[in-house]
Ligand binder design. Structure first.
Ligand code: BES
Ligand code: MN
Ligand code: ZN
Length: 484
């Protein structure tokens, strides 16, 4: 997609985002000459467009500078924020692109008090056209997404380019996550990581099942043991010459989560190709970091296995030793994410980073607590908490902080036979999992755990999101790096 500065060009379509109060005063919109403005005012009054949130009106024009006008309502001005603007932009651009408009003028001047408008346009332009339809046979009526040029009156080349890179990284994650388990298994994800490393000159180390054993990665090995596709552990490094910080990302990469011997009922198993989102996000972040050329040393750890039931699968009652020597009694093989993350957090801690951020589709309980639009944040350091929450708010990937220090839940982590059990009772499941992970984070390391179960996968298209994998977390983490 090309984004250019608007200077009175004609285009296939005009896109206007309007707050309720904007519909009373059309004079402030650039791009509309008097005749066109009168025309829009008339059309709007006939169509009764009041700028209500969630309303979109398309109007064909004849004998005018634009063939079509798209109006998207932003609702009440005082409730409008940059995230609503970004989603509305994506919605408007997507509609225009699907209607075969190749070029769109977007006028944003009336919204210029909102911060990072240009960056949000970059993000929306990169995210609006994505759908996962490569396996669908296209018939002769198939119209590919046509939009290729955007002209905007709010224009900042640098900001737009950052927005585009954030979006491209997120799409990269979506593309991987949307691939089913018959296409992506652990060694395939390792190959993808090697490709990214080669393209961007990153260091990449892959541990296969033998190396995992030698490195005492008991959690990853236990989870991977039921599958004919053995597990992998991947470490990517981006290291500029004089970096002033070292940040580590850790991602859960279960290429398919059947539950293992504690097998999931079918309605819960569906979409479990999405259980690799954390790891795919980490790979996408490494790509984004390289594209942005940040001056931070960044490490990406992907801990990848397929959770399957079989004669060689790990069992309930098994006792597994993680990399730091702690023993874990398995009471549910479906609580596998924390097992692979345990080893990964140990390795990440060993390089002594300034902060570790892990992302994982970890618990259904988190989704029950927060719904499908917010991820759970668990963090042991107030400075890190503030930065991550700010990035989350700026990029519209919403988080809600949950506790990491519940004494009663700490009691339930104890096992009569080992140091820990891997799952607790029904209540507080997301907190239990986070407190379990805490046992594997090095002393005094600032650490944030983001439970993305829920927002990782969308039932339907909305704003910047398409149906299926969302790559939720990628833009927020890159924003965190841009601002740290
Ligand atoms: N991958 C799932 C969590 C999940 C559920 C992610 C729904 C996305 C959507 C995880 O491995 C899991 O199975 N968790 C169990 C834990 C339980 C056995 C303690 C859960 O949440 O039920
Ligand atoms: Mn599971
Ligand atoms: Zn899982």
């Amino acid at each position: 997609m090309q984004i250019k500065r608007f200077s009175d060009q004609a285009a296939d379509a005009l896109l206007l985002l309007l707050r309720e109060e904007d519909t009373e005063n059309f004079s402030k919109f650039s791009g509309l000459d008097d005749r066109l403005r009168d025309f829009v005012v008339e059309l709007v009054s006939r169509k009764d467009f009041k700028g209500k949130k969630g309303s979109l009106v398309k109007l064909p024009l004849f004998d005018a500078k634009f063939k079509n006008i798209y109006l998207v309502g932003l609702g009440e001005g005082k409730k409008c924020d940059i995230n609503l603007i970004r989603d509305s932009l994506a919605w408007g651009l997507r509609s225009a692109g699907r209607d075969r408009n190749k070029s769109v003028v977007v006028t944003l001047g009336h919204l210029k008090d909102f911060k990072e408008l240009a960056m949000s346009l970059g993000e929306a332009s990169g995210l609006c056209g994505y759908v996962f339809d490569k396996y669908k046979t296209k018939d002769e009526h198939h119209e590919p997404f046509a939009l290729s040029e955007i002209y905007s009156d709010v224009y900042d080349e640098k900001e737009i380019s950052i927005g585009e890179k954030l979006a491209a990284a997120q799409i990269f994650s979506r593309e991987l996550v949307n691939e089913p388990g018959c296409v992506i298994w652990p060694s395939v994800l390792a190959q993808k990581a090697e490709e990214v490393a080669k393209q961007y000159n990153l260091a990449c180390e892959v541990w296969d099942e033998y190396k995992l054993k030698a490195e005492r990665m008991g959690g990853v090995l236990a989870v991977g043991s039921g599958s004919k596709n053995p597990p992998r552990f991947i470490h990517l490094t981006y290291k500029p010459e004089k970096a002033d910080k070292k940040i580590a990302f850790v991602g859960k990469g279960i290429t398919f989560d059947s539950g293992g011997l504690d097998i999931k009922p079918s309605e819960y198993m569906l979409t479990m190709k999405g259980d690799k989102t954390g790891a795919c996000n980490v790979l996408a972040i490494m790509k984004g970091v390289a594209e942005l050329g940040l001056n931070i040393e960044v490490h990406g750890f992907m801990t990848v296995a397929e959770n399957m039931p079989s004669g060689s699968a790990y069992r309930p009652d098994d006792i597994v030793k993680a990399r730091n020597g702690k023993t874990i009694e398995i009471n549910n093989t479906d609580a596998e994410g924390r097992m692979v993350l345990a080893d990964a957090l140990c390795v990440a801690s060993e390089i002594k980073p300034d902060a570790i951020i892990d992302m994982a589709t970890l618990t259904g309980a988190c989704m029950v607590a927060l719904g499908k639009w917010r991820a759970g944040l668990f963090v042991n350091d107030e400075g890190l908490a503030e930065k991550v929450l700010n990035s989350s708010a700026r990029r519209g990937e919403l988080l809600w902080r949950l506790p990491l220090d519940d004494d009663h839940i700490a009691e339930s982590l104890k096992s009569p036979y080992a140091d820990l059990v891997n799952s607790g009772n029904r209540y507080g499941g997301a907190i239990f999992a986070a407190m379990f992970l805490k046992e594997f984070v090095g002393k005094d390391i600032a650490w944030a755990h983001i439970d993305i179960a829920g927002p990782d996968f969308k039932d339907k298209e909305y704003g910047v999101y398409s149906k299926g994998a969302s790559g939720f977390g990628v833009r927020m983490c890159l924003d965190y790096l841009l601002n740290s």
